[in-house]
Design a protein around this ligand. Structure first.
Ligand code: SF4
Ligand code: FES
Length: 323
């Protein structure tokens, strides 16, 4: 076991735990933001640097501080380690720099982007970004590409987090897309636009932290904050069948995996559940899904409205039986 202190909060964790995992165990504002780490994907993390923290004491045995900020998703704790995140102006300044780099080529098309309201980069830019860009050069742009019948790729919005590549590598039978070229010429490509048509390919939409990979069956149908997420399930032979349905009235606008408060899916779901079951009657509805994220998507308090509706219904019933 190792004892680690993050922003003054101490916790004992198993050896091999990363600083980020320890911070998530503590919870609250001290948890570093992540754009490329994804706990359900092996070897994710280490690309975006948004999760940087400062190690002010290496360990009990060797208390020297680490000379530079480190990626908390890739740095394992040592016994006696002390870490600062939001209590360090230096870390916050460095994170601002990282966000500025992530936004250099990212278009500000949130008003028409399907990811708006649940976009991690939008939240990060809001919390750490500058109001103006200092970048004078032309931004790189790409045409949109259809990745098979269900997925649309907006390369211009991609931040090169590698999550979709790892998802395709680790949970589908074969991968037909990847990162081409290096540096500012890098791009996610299916190489001659080969269709991604295997049973679990839709999960790359869920893991994408921005609006680079979008669901063609949901595009431009609604802003996410106007929809009502519901937990639902069905008997599925390919996946657990446990999903979140995003409803407008009784219309199922989209189906996604159930995401936790870190924005990561609890379980990956198959394409049949995601793209082909768009009727409420296809599903057993469990109830409203609680969205626990600092994002616009959490703004609609429909859960309490549902309760209110239930209470009013009960009162009306009680009144009518009294008459
Ligand atoms: S398309 Fe999305 S998931 Fe894939 S690398 Fe780009 S930002 Fe990451
Ligand atoms: S989340 Fe740690 S480097 Fe991207």
């Amino acid at each position: 076991m190792a004892k680690v202190t993050i922003d003054g909060h101490s916790i004992e964790v198993a050896d091999g735990t990363t600083i980020l995992q320890a911070a998530r165990m503590i919870g609250g504002d001290i948890v570093p933001p992540t754009m490329c780490y994804y706990s359900k994907l092996k070897t994710s993390g280490g690309y975006c640097r948004t999760c940087i923290v400062k190690v002010t004491k290496g360990s009990e045995k060797d208390p020297r501080p680490m000379p530079k900020p480190v990626a908390s998703c890739r740095t394992t704790v040592m016994d006696g380690m002390e870490v600062v995140n939001i209590t360090s102006p230096e870390v916050l300044e460095a994170r601002r720099g990282v966000v500025e780099f992530l936004l250099i080529n990212h278009p500000l098309d949130c008003p028409i982007c399907d990811q708006a309201g649940e976009c991690h980069l939008q939240d990060l830019g809001y919390e750490h970004g500058l109001a103006k860009t200092r970048y004078d050069f032309p931004r790189r742009t790409f045409n949109t590409i259809d990745l098979g019948p269900y997925i649309k790729m907006h390369m211009t919005r991609c931040i090169m987090c590698f999550r979709c590549v790892k998802t395709a590598d680790q949970i589908t039978d074969y991968r037909v897309h990847g990162m081409l070229n290096r540096g500012d010429a890098s791009e996610i490509s299916t190489y001659i636009q080969k269709a991604i048509d295997n049973d679990f390919s839709g999960n790359i939409i869920d893991v994408c932290p921005v609006g680079a990979l979008t669901d063609r069956t949901f595009r431009f149908k609604s802003r996410v904050w106007f929809t009502k997420p519901m937990d639902a399930h069905r008997n599925c032979t390919k996946c657990s069948g446990k999903v979140a349905l995003w409803l407008k009235g009784n219309d199922v606008l989209r189906v996604t995996g159930r995401k936790d408060k870190w924005g990561e899916v609890e379980e990956f779901i198959c394409n049949e559940c995601r793209f082909e079951k768009k009727n409420v009657s296809d599903w057993i509805i469990e109830g409203p899904r609680h969205i626990d994220r600092h994002s616009v998507i959490s703004a609609n308090h429909y859960e309490s409205l549902a309760q209110l509706k239930l209470d009013i219904g009960k009162q009306q019933k009680a009144l009518s039986t009294k008459k």
